[in-house]
Ligand binder design. Structure first.
Ligand SMILES: *Cc1c(COP(=O)(O)O)cnc(C)c1O
Length: 236
């Protein structure tokens, strides 16, 4: 039987392209934009959205899982793909086969992945996620330990250092400033150890949309902004 009421959404490719361009123009040419298309591009269709973004010149996309990255490659997407939340041993081969760029969340994962690559005579660029106060995923060790680990990998090449803000929308909270300060301290320590990653990144939609330029660094990671949604800020 036909249902009497049907619901649907219409998704405008042109609007997503516009939103992407707006972010690009806002952050300027010195800041790379990694467009977040995880969770099937927030339900908009990851492959379709990735095609729109590539047509707009997007060089970087970001997903949560290796599986999401593989699906984009199989659909012919050629942009760099950052895999932000996956670190399962059985997905490692796919990182190589599909040229996906992993985010590494712990120094033990870093060593394990490096050994695995060494055994296969393979190499990969990676981004290291550090915990600046969110208490979720991310390396917790001191800067000196991180530096030693980064400098002793044989096959993994550090391309980015990233973190995630816990309460970017809450301007009443001192946590955002604190996290930015910690991130800067860590970057300073790494710099003194001779480690200067090509990309440093911290900002998702809110710090982009509300102009927190001190959180933009060399790369931003907009998700919601691409789909036309910027949540209101909280706090005074
Ligand atoms: C989901 C996600 C983003 C995008 O967040 P939005 O608030 O949708 O812009 C950025 N970075 C990481 C690590 C994420 O998991």
């Amino acid at each position: 039987m036909e249902p009497e009421l049907r619901t649907w959404v219409e998704i405008s490719r042109a609007q997503i392209a516009d939103n992407y361009r707006a972010v690009r123009e806002l952050v300027g040419p010195a800041v790379e934009v990694a467009a977040v298309v995880k969770a099937d591009a927030y339900g908009h269709g990851a492959v379709e959205v990735a095609r729109v973004l590539e047509a707009e010149g997007a060089r970087w996309l970001a997903v949560s899982t290796v599986e999401e990255g593989v699906a984009l490659r199989q659909a012919g997407i050629g942009a760099r793909i950052l895999v932000m939340a996956d670190n399962l041993p059985f997905t490692r081969q796919a990182l190589l086969d599909y040229e996906l760029t992993p985010v590494v969340h712990s120094l033990s994962d870093l060593h394990e992945l490096d050994h695995w690559l060494d055994a296969r005579n393979a190499a990969l660029p990676y981004h290291l996620k550090v915990d600046t106060g969110m208490g979720r995923l991310g390396v917790l060790e001191q800067a000196s330990e991180i530096a030693t680990a980064v400098l002793t990998t044989r096959r993994l090449r550090l391309e980015g250092v990233m973190s995630h803000l816990a309460s970017a929308a809450d301007y009443g909270s001192p946590q955002t400033d604190q996290q930015i300060r910690r991130f800067n301290e860590l970057l300073d320590s790494l710099d003194k150890a001779g480690i200067r990653p090509r990309f440093r990144h911290l900002a998702s939609t809110i710090p982009i949309a509300y102009g927190r330029r001190d959180a933009w660094y060399d790369m931003v990671r907009p998700g919601h902004a691409l789909y036309g949604y910027v949540s209101p800020t909280r706090g005074p």
